[in-house]
Ligand binder design. Structure first.
Ligand code: PAF
Length: 283
């Protein structure tokens, strides 16, 4: 595996690969790699000649009161993990390499970014699109890999790629779960023993609501049941629990084909997110 820190060097490798007609799989990350990232890289390894993983803590997607400075960073550990999962190029640029100027052009994520996690993270998805657009241009991937865990991010990136004709296939990688259904997350370590025991109610609630919805076609009742399940069986505090049309993230209607059922639940100060994406007609 090669570590690349400049755009110039990256461009040499990408141009060589393109000339040789190699397929390129891009795995964008902010580092501090965990099993979710490993699942993305493993999928990329299977489906491409070359795997490029980017590792960049993107200041543009952090709000002024968010944890940009304290976001965990460990390049040595990340290098070992990336190498193990078969990454060919680890692109780890500095902030000045990625953002040498403060140009005024902005990419705005629009209405899809104003709900769910976006309701409390103003500008977050604009910052995600900014860096993802740059990474797409820099690495010219055939396929780019994103986790379904961040379903809103995935929906917004898929929409940008579709609406602005990026010649890239977006590959969504399923959520990796613990045996009891809890979605794997680096934040799970912050749960107390009691919270950890209760946290699987999130997945149970999503499952319950999906089953109910597919039987009775009633999204209001399905989400009510899910909220009730969380509130009755845990001390979890629901931030949001919503059923929306996917990927446009609008109200579910007769025309909706795919549904996103997404939630964020606080256990103490730990905010856990989870979701299910399913076909409205159940196939
Ligand atoms: O999902 C993430 O880790 C980040 O939002 C991404 C896509 C790497 C952009 O910084």
């Amino acid at each position: 595996m090669k570590i690349v820190s400049t755009i110039k060097e990256l461009n040499v490798h990408i141009t060589t690969a393109k000339k040789a007609n190699k397929t390129i799989g891009l795995v964008p990350t902010m580092g501090y790699l965990h099993e979710g990232h490993m699942a993305l890289a493993t999928a990329a390894r299977k489906e491409n000649d070359l795997v490029v993983m980017s590792l960049f803590v993107n200041p543009a997607q952090f709000g002024p009161n968010e944890d940009y400075e304290s976001y965990p960073r460990d390049l040595d550990r990340d290098m070992r993990i990336a190498e193990k999962v078969g990454v060919d190029f680890l692109f780890a640029p500095s902030t000045s390499e990625m953002y040498p100027t403060n140009g005024g052009i902005q990419i705005l994520a629009g209405p899809q970014s104003e709900i769910l996690c976006g309701a409390t993270r103003f500008g977050h998805f604009d910052g995600v699109l900014k860096v993802v657009t740059k990474l797409f241009h820099l690495t010219r991937p055939t396929n780019a890999y994103f986790g379904q865990k961040d379903a809103q991010q995935l929906a917004i990136i898929e929409t940008m790629v579709r609406d602005y004709n990026f010649p890239i296939e977006i590959r969504s990688v399923p959520i990796v779960r613990e045996e009891d259904g809890l979605a794997k997350s680096s934040r799970n370590v912050f749960l107390t023993d009691q919270q950890r025991l209760q946290a699987p109610v999130i997945w149970q609630a999503l499952d319950l609501a999906t089953t109910h919805y597919l039987k009775y076609d009633n999204d209001i009742e399905a989400t009510r049941l899910a909220k009730e399940h969380i509130e009755t069986n845990s001390n979890g505090r629901i931030d949001y629990l919503q059923m929306l049309s996917y990927p446009d993230l609008t109200e579910v209607t007769e025309q909706t084909e795919k549904i996103l059922l997404a939630t964020a639940v606080y256990f103490g100060n730990t905010r856990l997110i989870d979701n299910i994406i399913f076909q409205r007609k159940g196939d």
